[in-house]
Design a protein around this ligand. Structure first.
Ligand SMILES: [Zn+2]
Length: 434
């Protein structure tokens, strides 16, 4: 197809001929016979957005779930009211996500029973690492005697007992392409080969349009009470020996320090990643730059959970939270992502958070970490396997593009998903605004 009258991010006007790859970028390119033509009318054309850390199945399920945490739900009364009015999904369950103990403490089966006595309910903690199930639900999954109904996703036997919902990857695909997203990396740690094959099939058959890539098997989640430097070093070394980079999930300073030590001991691979890097002590900025590791972080959590951090974390540590500008300044390789569904799936919201760092109550968290709109956008334009190297609009680049309604200056001032006019994947229109 041919995109006419595009404005490139650098300001120049061009026409773009695009198939599986970008074939040609030039002035006043004539349309070939039968070629589809899209008039960008002076709007900006950028490479398609790539979200470098998502969880696809959870995101599809989340579409039919209640959000049961802050800021939408902040008190026990709000939780009880929302749950008691909820309508069960096609699987017969009420499914809630995003729970945080600031709402009603450490939720358990008895507390849920008091709100919903008869319909099965399952509520996911916003960390993704815990489900709370009421008594009606525990009966259905064969655990009627369970002491508190607090279940880990990895506890065998219970989640398989829940019938699969209409999983909604087509709906998720529609929403992501409307954001201009043309590819995602699924960072779910326990995906098996069947899960991956199934997701790839859904991409190939057109059910899920954005390109899909996986971090498994070189992905590791750390827990503060089980940090083992020797074991982590061996694990990193094993993957590197097989020629594979690793991706280590670091949400605390302790996890980051151990990961840095393990990468130093085992040696680093140029495509190694650290996921989240939610807390980076000042001293570790130089280590991250030195190792050449790519940090894949989520500034959207500042906009979504910033007030919680301010309340829970000592003020002296606020400067270490969800860093961005200081990482770039230290020459750390950085890319952005949303961590959908644990974060808001809209990458434009994440970009705005990277630029203004405004919390839900209107405070600014980490004013020194604000980056420019152009930097924020560029950090969503990386290559799937090398997130911090940006793609461009030039011949030979992938045929994945995001066409916006506005010229660059207005686009960068707004950073708004409403400005997406069309999304092109492999030279085909995957989304067009009405
Ligand atoms: Zn994640």
């Amino acid at each position: 197809m041919l995109i006419q009258r595009a404005t490139l991010l650098g300001g120049g006007r061009a026409d773009i001929r695009v198939g599986a790859q970008i074939d040609e970028v030039g002035q006043r390119l004539p349309a070939a016979r039968g070629e589809d033509v899209l008039d960008a009318a002076g709007g900006t054309v950028v490479p398609g957005l790539y979200d470098h850390h998502v969880h696809l199945r959870s995101a599809a399920s989340a579409l039919g779930s209640l959000v049961l945490g802050p800021p939408a739900i902040a008190t026990k009364d709000q939780l009880a009211q929302t749950l008691s009015q909820a309508v069960p999904g096609s699987d017969g369950w009420i499914r809630g996500i995003g729970y945080h103990e600031s709402v009603a403490g450490d939720l358990d089966r008895a507390a849920l029973d008091a709100m919903v006595p008869c319909v099965p309910v399952r509520v996911q903690h916003r960390s993704g690492a815990l489900w709370i199930v009421n008594s009606a639900g525990l009966d259905l999954v064969g655990l009627p005697e369970h002491p508190d109904g607090r279940l880990r996703p990895t506890d065998r036997g219970w989640s398989e007992a829940i019938p699969r919902r209409e999983r909604g990857l087509a709906e998720l695909s529609r929403r992501l392409t409307a954001f201009g997203v043309t590819g995602v990396t699924d960072a779910t740690p326990d995906l098996d080969a069947d899960d991956m094959t199934e997701l790839l099939m859904e991409h190939r058959c057109g059910e899920f349009r954005p390109r899909v890539r996986f971090l498994s098997p070189g992905k590791k989640i750390l827990q503060d009470d089980r940090l083992d430097l020797d074991a982590l070093t061996l694990w990193v070394g094993g993957h590197h020996t097989d020629g594979r980079p690793v991706a280590v999930h670091c949400v605390t300073a302790a996890q980051l320090v151990v990961t840095i030590a393990a990468l130093r001991a085992a040696g680093s691979h140029p495509l190694d990643r650290i996921e989240h890097a939610a807390v980076v002590p000042e001293d570790n900025l130089a280590d991250l730059a030195d190792l050449g590791v790519t940090v894949v972080t989520q500034p959207n959590f500042v906009a979504e959970r910033g007030d919680q951090y301010v309340a829970d974390i000592p003020p002296a540590e606020h400067a270490q939270l969800w860093r961005l500008a200081s990482l770039l300044k230290a020459n750390v390789r950085v890319a952005l992502s949303t961590d959908m569904p644990f974060g808001d799936p809209d990458p434009w919201a994440a970009m705005r958070a990277a630029v203004n760092r405004i919390t839900p109550s209107g405070a600014i968290l980490g004013a020194n970490e604000c980056v420019s709109a152009r930097e924020a956008l560029t950090m969503f334009l990386g290559w799937p396997e090398d997130p911090c190297r940006a793609r461009g609009v030039a011949a030979g680049q992938p045929g994945d593009l995001c066409v916006l309604t506005e010229p660059p200056e207005a686009l960068l001032a707004d950073l708004d998903a409403a400005g997406v006019a069309a999304t092109i994947i492999g030279g085909r229109v995957a989304y067009a605004a009405r």
